[in-house]
Design a protein around this ligand. Structure first.
Ligand code: OOG
Ligand code: NI
Length: 461
C-alpha cells in the first residue's frame, strides 16, 4: 500500500476544525463576533508583551493560537458514542479523561476527544468535549422508555461516513478525495436541525425531566452546542463582551488570574433562544442550547498540584455559603489561591506542575558542558542553566464544566444528584478505556527530560 497518498491525521483534524468553525459562525453569528474580539485582544496582548510573545514562540504555542479551539457535543446512545469515537480516530483524536457531571445535577458523563502526541498537539489541538446521556438518571420509567425509543429511531451519521472511517482504519488513511468527502460528512453530523423529531408535548415532557434531556433526545443529531477559541487575556475579553452586545456569563470559571496561569479559565455567553418546529405540527416553539465560550489555558498540574487546586477551589466556594462573608467570589478566590505558588521554579520543586526543559542560553550551556559535572536536572534548573517551559493543560475541569452547563440552564434547573460516577459503564459504551491525562503529561515531561539528558551526554563528550 502506498501510504504517501494519504492525508495526515493532523491535516484532516485541521480541516475539520476549520469547517466546524465556519459552520458555527453561520449558525450562531455571535460566535463570529466573539472570534473577532478574541483575535483583537490576542494581537494586542502579543504586541504589548514581547516577553510573552517570545516565550510562546519558544514553547511552540504561537503557531497554534489562531486555530485553537474546543467544541462540545452530547450524544444519546452507546452506539452513537462508538461511532463518534471511530470518526474522531480518523483525525487523531482519542478519548482522554472521564468526567462525572451527575454531581452538578447534569444527567451525563463525558470524555474529551483530543490529539495526544506532542507534534499533533502543536499542529492543531482541536478537542471535543463529548457527553453521553444517562437515561438511568431520569426518574420516570415511562419517560425513560420513551426517550430510549425515540433515540433508537435515529441515525446521526450520513450514509457512507462510518464506512469511510472504517476504511481509513483498515488501510491506514484516506486520500485527498476521500478526505473532502469525509470532512463534509463529519461536519454535517454536528449541524443544527430546526425541526424537532418529536411533537410539542413530548418535547415538553422531556424538557421537564431536564432541559439537557430534551436537547439530546428531540433532534436529528448531536448539534455542536458551543465552540471555544483560546485567548491570552480572558479578563479583557470578559470585560469587552458586554460592550459588543455579547451577553457574558457573570463569573470566570477556574483559578484566579495569575502571573503563571494554571489549568484552565473559562467563561461563556448565554445560549440563544432558537425557533424550532415540532414533528407533524404547524406550531413553532423555541429551544435554548447553543452558546459561545472562551478559554485561557495554563500549565498542566501533577496529581499533587491538582489536589491542591481542588481543595483551594472548594475552600473559595464553601466560604461563599457563609452568610457573613462580604467578599466577592473573585476576591475569595484570589485570597485562597495565595496558597498556590505563582512561580515556576517553586511549582517544579514542589512537584505541582509539568514542564519541558530547554537550555536557557547557549553560552551558559556550553560553559556547563565544559565544566564536566554529571547530569543533574534539578541542579541545572536551580542554577539557571536549564529553563522551565510549562506544558499546557489540554483538558477540562469538571467543576468548571458544571458551571458552564449551569449558566445555560437557569436557576430552576439547578438540581443535585448524588455523585454517581460510572466510569466502567462509560468505557463499556465507548468500546474501550479512556486515557489518563496525568499520565500523558508525565510522559511528555519525561520525553523532554530524556531528550535534554541525551543532548547533554552527547555534547559533553
Ligand atoms: C459541555 C460543557 C463542558 C467545557 O468547556 O467545560 C465544556 C456541554 O455543555 O455540553 O465544554
Ligand atoms: Ni466548553
Amino acid at each position: 500500500m502506498d501510504t504517501s497518498v494519504f492525508v495526515s491525521k493532523d491535516e484532516i483534524r485541521s480541516r475539520f476544525s476549520g469547517a466546524m468553525s465556519a459552520m458555527y459562525q453561520q449558525e450562531v453569528p455571535q460566535y463570529g463576533a466573539l472570534l473577532s474580539l478574541v483575535h483583537e485582544i490576542n494581537a494586542s496582548v502579543l504586541k504589548h508583551d514581547p516577553a510573552l510573545r517570545s516565550a510562546l514562540q519558544q514553547q511552540s504555542e504561537l503557531t497554534r493560537l489562531d486555530v485553537e479551539r474546543h467544541g462540545a457535543i452530547r450524544v444519546g446512545t452507546a452506539a452513537e458514542l462508538k461511532g463518534i469515537a471511530k470518526i474522531f480516530a480518523v483525525m487523531g483524536m482519542y478519548p482522554v479523561g472521564y468526567y462525572d457531571l451527575s454531581v452538578a445535577g447534569v444527567p451525563v458523563h463525558s470524555t474529551a476527544f483530543r490529539p495526544v502526541d506532542d507534534h499533533a498537539l502543536q499542529t492543531n489541538p482541536f478537542r471535543v468535549f463529548t457527553s453521553l446521556l444517562r437515561l438511568e438518571l431520569i426518574e420516570d420509567a415511562n419517560l425513560r422508555a420513551q426517550a430510549a425509543a425515540i433515540l433508537s429511531q435515529r441515525t446521526i451519521f450520513p450514509s457512507g461516513l462510518l464506512e469511510l472511517a472504517e476504511q481509513a482504519h483498515m488501510s491506514g488513511g484516506l486520500t485527498e478525495l476521500q478526505v473532502t468527502e469525509f470532512v463534509a460528512a463529519a461536519t454535517a453530523v454536528f449541524r443544527w436541525h430546526r425541526q424537532a423529531t418529536v411533537d410539542q408535548d413530548t418535547y415538553r415532557k422531556l424538557h421537564e425531566a431536564h432541559r439537557l434531556v430534551a436537547d439530546i433526545v428531540c433532534f436529528k443529531g448531536p448539534h455542536i452546542n458551543h465552540l471555544t477559541p483560546r485567548t491570552l487575556d480572558i479578563d479583557a475579553v470578559q470585560e469587552a463582551m458586554p460592550q459588543r452586545g455579547i451577553p457574558a456569563k457573570e463569573l470566570i470559571e477556574g483559578p484566579p488570574r495569575r502571573r503563571h496561569p494554571i489549568l484552565l479559565r473559562q467563561t461563556s455567553f448565554k445560549a440563544l433562544e432558537e425557533e424550532i418546529e415540532f414533528a407533524g405540527q404547524a406550531r413553532v416553539g423555541s429551544h435554548t442550547a447553543r452558546f459561545g465560550e472562551i478559554e485561557q489555558r495554563g500549565v498542566a498540574l501533577t496529581q499533587a498540584g491538582r489536589a491542591l487546586y481542588d481543595s483551594l477551589l472548594a475552600q473559595a466556594r464553601d466560604a461563599g455559603q457563609q452568610a457573613a462573608t462580604t467578599q466577592t467570589y473573585a476576591e475569595r478566590l484570589q485570597h485562597v489561591f495565595a496558597q498556590f505558588p505563582d512561580d515556576s521554579d517553586e511549582m517544579y520543586e514542589r512537584g505541582l506542575a509539568f514542564f519541558r526543559f530547554e537550555p536557557r542560553d547557549p553560552a551558559i550551556w556550553q560553559q556547563e558542558l565544559a565544566a564536566g559535572r554529571p547530569w543533574n536536572l534539578p541542579d541545572l534548573i536551580k542554577r539557571g542553566v536549564v529553563a522551565l517551559n510549562p506544558i499546557t493543560y489540554e483538558d477540562f475541569l469538571p467543576v468548571s464544566a458544571a458551571g458552564i452547563f449551569q449558566s445555560n440552564l437557569g436557576d430552576a434547573e439547578q438540581r443535585n444528584y448524588v455523585s454517581q460516577a460510572a466510569r466502567s459503564e462509560f468505557e463499556r459504551d465507548l468500546g474501550g478505556p479512556v486515557l489518563d491525562e496525568i499520565e500523558l503529561y508525565r510522559a511528555a515531561q519525561m520525553r523532554s527530560e530524556h531528550a535534554l539528558q541525551q543532548r547533554f551526554l552527547a555534547e559533553s563528550r
